[in-house]
Design a protein around this ligand. Sequence first.
Ligand code: PMP
Length: 401
Amino acid sequence: VSQFEGITMAPPDPILGVSEAFKADTNELKLNLGVGAYRTEDLQPYVLNVVKKAENLMLERGENKEYLPIEGLSAFNKVTSELLFGADNPVLQQQRVATIQGLSGTGSLRIAAALIERYFPGSKVLISSPTWGNHKNIFNDARVPWSEYQYYDPRTVGLDFAGMIDDIKAAPEGSFILLHGCAHNPTGIDPTPEQWEKIADLIQEKNHIPFFDVAYQGFASGSLDQDASSVRLFAARGMELLVAQSYSKNLGLYGERIGAINVLCSSADAATRVKSQLKRLARPMYSNPPIHGARIVANVIGIPELFSEWKKEMEMMAGRIKSVRQKLYDSLSVKDKSGKDWSFILKQIGMFSFTGLSKAQSESITNKWHVYMTKDGRISLAGLSSAKCEYLADAIIDTYY
Ligand code: PMP
């Protein structure tokens, strides 16, 4: 009998489990709209040209594979905070940002959660309802208490701004408010600039600490600067805040695990101390982060020709998703004879669209139409091609009614 007899079977991950089920399906019509990973019009994975160029450069230079310091590659840390705040942002000149390289968005969120657990015992994190499924896991694992704020209004398939404000107002003073910097996952619904201002007012008033998750910079609007405007708006008010960054989507570096955690503090002295503690948290968890992705990012952002080429490629990716979004809307509008207004699909931004399909309907569309999606009704438009829009529209309408 095994010593591990007491260990029960864990449930499959609600997002990554979808890909496993997709692989096992032998039907030719199958469509994987589960995981948020960019695909070409032929539904193949895509490696950006700038990434290949940066890798070639790295080979030519014959760089070694020595350990990085605990905080990661310094050239990476410099450019990642510049990309986020803007290179000329006074908060950088004033050295008020503690930045360490993280294991992509997830690992960076996890380090921040560990910082909260250690230095803000009992403080709560407020997360949007709904949110990316892994947020709850991350805070649970770090033993950080969390609760939800209202975000999604099923009646309008839009933002429940009043509900959001009420819940942030009701949270105990000094809570951490987790905000999606842009392209909210899973809803694709972002606050307007005016709403961001009101959110910032309230957070300041309540002495809460904003905690941004920026996993899609450049992917929402196609512009890196515009997608960072929420974070920059808060920073310009002199607020302290946390930002987790990921290069999985915007540089297609999913498997390289490259991202960062930034803590903007009110003084350079506080930032130095925070950084020392971030390193102390990272050391026993994974010692130091991987070097390959960090070098790619440092080169792409740091070399002007590569940087401008990256922007073009990102516009191309964001553009393909936008055109698929439009085509899906058109197909739904033409095929649906009920008069239902599908325009909410066009209002959503980023990789995802919330369809409004229920859990049971999400299961049924998989079983009958071989369309794989998460059970919350989210589809990844990055995994859809123009050629497949009509098929998907048929499947959605058949499942809806
Ligand atoms: N936050 C959000 C909101 C996300 O959607 C994702 C990716 N799905 C992540 C963080 C982190 O992804 P990664 O760890 O690959 O950077």
